[in-house]
Ligand binder design. Structure first.
Ligand code: J2J
Length: 541
C-alpha cells in the first residue's frame, strides 16, 4: 500500500496560534463552506460552462455523488488523485468531490503530457487519475494508458465523457451516507504544481485553512461578492484563476463562475456579454490582445468592472493600453502557487496601479528584500524576495533537496524573484534570480529542457535561455552545440515534444553555436553561461 504521507502541513505552533488568533485560519474546510452555500444559495447559479448551468444545490449534489463514487471504486481517504481537466464544470465538481471524500487532488495542466504526468504520479504516489475524454483535440485516454503502463500504482482512471475501458465520471455512484465527516482544516487539501525553476516541477501542499484564507481575503480586495460574475479564462488549474480570488473565491462568496473554453476574445467576449461577467484574471499578452479586440468587438463588455493582470510582469506602457482598451479598473496581481499574493488595491492611485505589482494580501505576510548574502537592502533597492506568512508553504511535498534550497532555516520561502520595495510595501518585480522562462505566464525550467536536449544523440551541449518577446513577454531559445552532423532545428523541437512534454516547453527558437565561451574565467556556472548567451544574442538581434 502507498506510503502514508504527511497530510498535515506543519507551521510551527507559535505561528499556528498567531494565524488563528488573528482570524485568518477559521477552521473552515472546502466541503464545509460548499455545503453551507448549497443550503443558503440553493437556487443561485454557481457554475456556467458549455451547456451546463449548475445551481449551488446542483453543484453540491454532483459533489456528493462523485465523492461517494470515488470511495465506492476503492479509493481510500488520503489517496492522491491527479486531476487533468480543462475549463469545464466537471473540473470544479471533481475537485470538490475529492475534497468531500478526503482524497487529495494533484492539479495537472491540460497541456501536460506523459513525462510530466508520470512525474506528478510518482512524486505524489498517486492512485487515481481524472481526465476528460478529449480536450482541445487531444485524447486523454491515450495518456491514461501510457500513465498506467509507466506508473502501475495509478490503479483508477476516471473519464469525463466516453470512458472506454475506464470508469465514467457521470456514472459514478456510491453510498452517500458512508461519506466521511469534514476534514481537519489544517490538513493538506490538494497539491498544486510549481513552475519549477530547477529541474522538474515540485508539488505544493496547501491546507484548507491557509488556502481558504487566501481567497476569502482576496475577495475583499478584488471586489467579489454575491452579485459578482467571475470568469475563468486562463486554464482553471492555474493558481491565479483558482484562488486570486479565482473560482474558489467566487464560490466562497456565493457568486457565479463562468468557465471560458479558451482564453482568447473569440471564446470569452460572447460569454462576458451573455453572463454579464464582472471580473476576470489574465496574463499580460492576453490582456493586450483583449484590449485591442475590445475596440472592434460588437459584444457588450460593459459589465466588466475589474480586469486583473498577473503571472508575468505587466510593464507600465502595456498597463496603460489595457486600461485604455478595456475601460475598466485594472488590478495587478503578483502571486505564486507557493503562497504570497500581492494586489494593487481597487482604489489605489493610477501611478501605483500602472507601475507596481501591488502589495501583500495579509498584514502577517512577512516580506524580506535581501542581497546575495541575505542582508536586507534599503527600501527602493532591488533584492531577493523572501516571504513567509499565513498562506505561504513551509516546504514542498516529498522533496528534501528542493526544500533545503528553497527555504531559509527560519521558514522563509525564497521566491527567486528580484524586487524593489516602495513606501507602503508596494513591490515592483525587477527580474529573477533563477533560470526559468516565463512564457506568457507559463514557467519553463531551463534545466529541464536542457536535460531533454542533451538526450539527443546529435547534441553535445545545450543551454536554454529566455529572450524578450514582444508578444509573449519572454520566449525560449535553445543554444545548441551539435555533436557531428548538425540536426535541423525543427527536428530538435520535435524531439523535445516527443519526449512527452507540454507544447509550451518546446524551444521557440534553436540557435547552433560552435562553442560556449567558457574559457575566460575557466569553468563558469550554467547561470553565467545562460546570461552570456542571452547578451550575445541580444547584441546581434
Ligand atoms: C511579474 N512576475 C510575476 C507579476 C507572477 C496569482 C497571480 C499569479 C500567480 C502565478 C499566482 C507576476 N509580475 N505580476 O499563483 O495566485 C511570476 C513570479 C512568481 C511566479 C509564480 C497567483 N505574477 N509572476 O503566476 O506559481 O516570478 O503563480 O514567482 O505560476 O510568476 O508563478 P505561479
Amino acid at each position: 500500500s502507498a506510503t502514508r504521507l504527511p497530510l498535515r502541513q506543519v507551521w510551527p505552533d507559535a505561528f499556528v496560534a498567531r494565524y488563528r488568533a488573528a482570524g485568518y485560519w477559521r477552521g473552515e474546510t472546502f466541503p464545509g463552506f460548499l455545503r453551507e452555500r448549497a443550503q443558503r444559495h440553493a437556487d443561485d447559479v454557481a457554475v456556467v460552462g458549455g451547456d451546463t448551468r449548475w445551481t449551488y444545490a446542483r453543484l453540491w449534489d454532483e459533489v456528493e455523488r462523485i465523492a461517494a463514487g470515488f470511495l465506492a471504486q476503492g479509493l481510500q481517504p488520503g489517496d492522491r488523485v491527479i486531476v487533468q481537466l480543462g475549463n469545464i464544470p466537471e473540473f470544479i465538481a471533481v475537485a470538490c468531490a475529492l475534497f468531500r471524500a478526503r482524497l487529495v487532488p494533484v492539479y495537472a495542466l491540460p497541456a501536460h503530457r506523459i513525462t510530466e504526468v508520470a512525474h506528478f504520479a510518482r512524486k505524489a504516489e498517486a492512485s487515481g487519475y481524472v481526465v476528460a475524454e478529449r480536450y482541445e483535440g487531444f485524447d486523454y485516454r491515450t495518456l491514461a494508458r501510457e500513465l498506467q503502463a509507466e506508473v502501475p500504482a495509478v490503479g483508477h482512471v476516471f473519464v469525463v465523457g466516453d470512458a472506454q475501458e475506464f470508469t465514467s465520471v457521470s456514472a459514478l455512484e456510491g453510498d452517500r451516507a458512508a461519506l466521511p465527516g469534514d476534514p481537519d482544516p489544517q490538513s493538506v487539501a490538494f497539491l498544486q504544481i510549481s513552475g519549477g525553476s530547477t529541474g522538474l516541477s515540485k508539488l505544493i501542499p496547501r491546507t484548507h485553512d491557509d488556502y481558504i484564507y487566501s481567497f476569502r481575503a482576496s475577495n475583499a480586495l478584488c471586489g467579489i461578492d454575491r452579485d459578482s460574475v467571475y470568469m475563468v479564462a486562463l486554464p482553471a488549474a492555474h493558481n491565479f484563476p483558482m484562488s486570486s480570488p479565482g473560482f474558489f473565491g467566487a464560490l466562497y462568496a456565493g457568486a457565479r463562475v463562468v468557465l471560458s473554453p479558451g482564453p482568447g476574445p473569440d471564446a470569452a467576449f460572447p460569454l462576458i456579454a451573455r453572463e454579464r461577467v464582472t471580473c476576470v484574471g489574465l496574463v499580460p499578452p492576453l490582456a493586450l490582445l483583449w484590449a485591442d479586440a475590445a475596440a472592434k468587438t460588437t459584444h457588450d463588455l460593459s459589465s466588466l468592472q475589474v480586469v486583473q493582470v498577473g503571472g508575468a510582469k505587466l510593464v507600465p506602457e502595456a498597463a496603460r493600453r489595457v486600461v485604455a482598451g478595456l475601460g475598466c479598473t485594472l488590478q495587478q496581481v503578483f502571486g505564486m502557487a507557493e503562497g504570497l499574493v500581492n494586489y494593487t488595491r481597487l482604489d489605489d492611485p493610477d501611478d501605483i496601479v500602472l507601475e507596481t505589482q501591488g502589495r501583500p494580501i495579509s498584514p502577517d505576510d512577512e516580506v524580506l528584500v535581501v542581497d546575495d548574502h541575505g542582508n536586507p537592502v534599503p527600501e527602493g533597492e532591488v533584492g531577493h524576495l523572501l516571504t513567509r506568512g499565513p498562506y505561504t508553504i513551509r516546504g514542498y511535498h516529498n522533496d528534501e533537496a528542493a526544500n533545503a534550497r528553497a527555504f531559509t532555516d527560519d521558514g522563509y520561502y525564497r521566491t527567486g524573484d528580484m524586487v524593489q520595495r516602495l513606501p507602503g510595501g508596494y513591490l515592483v518585480v525587477q527580474g529573477r534570480a533563477t533560470d526559468h522562462i516565463n512564457r506568457a505566464g507559463e514557467k519553463i525550467s531551463a534545466e529541464e529542457i536542457e536535460d531533454h536536449l542533451l538526450a539527443h544523440p546529435q547534441v553535445f551541449d545545450a543551454a536554454v535561455v529566455s529572450i524578450p518577446d514582444a508578444f509573449l513577454g519572454e520566449r525560449s531559445c535553445a543554444f545548441v552545440i551539435a555533436r557531428g552532423e548538425q540536426p535541423r532545428p525543427a527536428a530538435l523541437k520535435a524531439w523535445v515534444r516527443g519526449r512527452g512534454l507540454a507544447a509550451f516547453k518546446v524551444p521557440d527558437q534553436v540557435v547552433f553555436v560552435d562553442a560556449f565561451d567558457t574559457t575566460a574565467v575557466g569553468k563558469i556556472s550554467r547561470r553565467e553561461l545562460r546570461a552570456q548567451l542571452r547578451e550575445r544574442f541580444l547584441a546581434h538581434a
